[in-house]
Structures are given as C-alpha cells and as structure tokens.
Design a protein around this ligand. Sequence first.
Ligand code: NAP
Length: 297
Amino acid sequence: MYNDITIIGAGPAGMSAAVYAARAGCSVALIEETVPGGQIVTTNEVNNYLGFINIDATELALKMAEHVSSFGIDIKYESVKSIDVSGEIKKVFTKKNIYESKVVIIAAGVKRRMLDVEGEMKFRGRGVSYCAVCDGMFFKDKTAAVVGGGFTAIEDAMYLSNICKKVYLIHRRNEFRAEGTIIEQLKNYNNIELVMNSVVTSIDGDKKFDAIMVNNERQIELDCVFVAIGMEPSAQFITSDIHCDENNYILTDENMMTNINGVFAAGDIRKSNLKQIITAASDGAIAGTKAAKYVKE
Ligand code: NAP
C-alpha cells in the first residue's frame, strides 16, 4: 500500500510526527509492534510532562493515540521485519504487508538491554522480565530481584516492593548511578534488600526458574528477576546504509533527516543528549513537518 509517509513506531515521537504530517496534508501509515506509547507504557505515572504535573502513564499514551486517530490515522499493529530505503520509493516490510512511501520516519525507540548471561534466554518471559510495570502483578507476594543501578532499576524495585513479599536490588558497583532524593527514599522500603558490588553470573533453574547466581559464589532464590540495566535502540531492521553512532543510535541533522534523503529518525532511537517524552514529541514534530515539506517538494 502507498502513503506519502510511513512512520515506524507509535511512541511519542512517531505519534507526534503522524499528527504534524497529517496536519500538513500528507497521508500517513503508522506502524506499531505492540501498543501505542513507547516507553511511556513501561512506567506507572509520568511526572513533569509539561502541562501535567502527574499523569497516569496509560492515560497519557491513550490521549496521544486518540489525537492521532482524530486525524483519521489507524495505527497498523504489525512488526517491521526489514526496510529498503535505496530507491526514491521507500519500502517497509512487515510479515503481512509492504508499505511504500516517499518518506520513512524511524521512531522505533529503544528496548531494555539484556544481561547476556547463561539462562537469560531460557527463562525470558518465564521469570525473567524487562518491564516491572507490565509483569510485576504476575509475582504478587513472591520474591523478586531487580538488576541495575539507574533510575529505572530503583523505580522498578520500589514499584515491585508494593506487590512482592521481598525485593533484592542488585547492582554491580557500591554506588548507584541514579542520584538525588530517590536514593534516600529507598530507606523507606523495608522489604528491599540492597545487594551491592554484585554481578549476576547466571540465571538458574531446571524446568522452572528458581535462582540467580551473583559473583559466581552467592545463590539467591527467587521467583522472578527484572533486568533494568539501560536501553539500546530497537534497531534490528535498520540497514547498514543508515549512519549510526557506535551504539547504533541513528545520526540525523537538525531536521531529523538521516544521511539518506527521505529517511528521517525521531525520538529515543536517534542520537541525542536528552531522552524524555517531551524531546521525543519535539523530534516527531520536526520530523513530521520536514517530511511533509520533503513530500511536497
Ligand atoms: P542507566 O541510567 O543507563 O543505568 C543503567 C544501570 O545498569 C547502571 O547502574 C549500570 O551500572 C547498570 N548496568 C549496565 N550494564 C550492565 C550490565 N551488563 N550488568 C549489570 N549492570 C549493568 O539506565 P536507566 O536506569 O534505564 O535510565 C535511562 C535514562 O532514563 C537515564 O538518563 C535516567 O536518568 C532516565 N530515567 C529517568 C527517570 C526519572 O527521572 N524518573 C526514570 C527512569 C529513567 P553502572 O552504574 O555501573 O554503569
């Protein structure tokens, strides 16, 4: 099917790009693998998004999706397998369809980094999770661990402490990467045990996940482990002709255009200094506007 613009990813960047492009008179295909909202839906509550001191994360994501739909755009729930951006007409391949367009905006965001230890793949989705908000309720009154020392890991540990009987927070150094009052707040959570200077060396179990090993010497019995060790771009379909930095974040100019004419990138997947909902929405606004201009030229 042909549209002026194909947008990959319905997070704040992709949805903002869709609104701006549609408002500028372009036809848009917006493709999303899971649910609209991107990283928003991996958290409970969003704080300090301009105009909302606090807002429920799902509510904000749904408001954005409603905004998109008010322009007559139906989000296509499909997984992008590959892209071909070599010609003037770009192609985006999903399992079911080929989307053709003059412009592609890549706004596929980021995904949680994996630990890359023995047992992780075996128990992924069966005790090993990358999203506390999505999967935490499956482990009510159970024993959990969170791995990581950034804001996400600490927030996840606090969130799980209200659901689980006990939560181990496991970090590889003796200082957290996250700073500020959140560290002080941790002291108020009696069921969170800090396990510092500890590296997870394996994820163990026979048929069922039951423990992790840290530093090759201490076994901690668990029902679930949540990995929160940072993010990496969702770049599996990005071809080598699109320039990226050493960590696979896409490089763009100030118009969000990549090194390939007609291919734009916006939001967390783009190399940038600040990754917030507001900066993703801003990237999307620029990409949508410039993409529409490109289509008309
Ligand atoms: P992050 O800040 O990059 O922290 C990643 C943590 O994982 C670090 O503590 C790091 O350890 C650890 N780590 C990395 N690779 C590891 C490995 N292979 N094994 C064990 N540990 C490993 O990531 P994040 O917490 O996801 O946060 C991402 C960004 O979002 C940050 O800028 C953060 O400030 C922001 N954020 C903000 C909020 C908020 O403001 N409320 C909430 C969530 C996220 P080292 O410290 O030793 O490097």
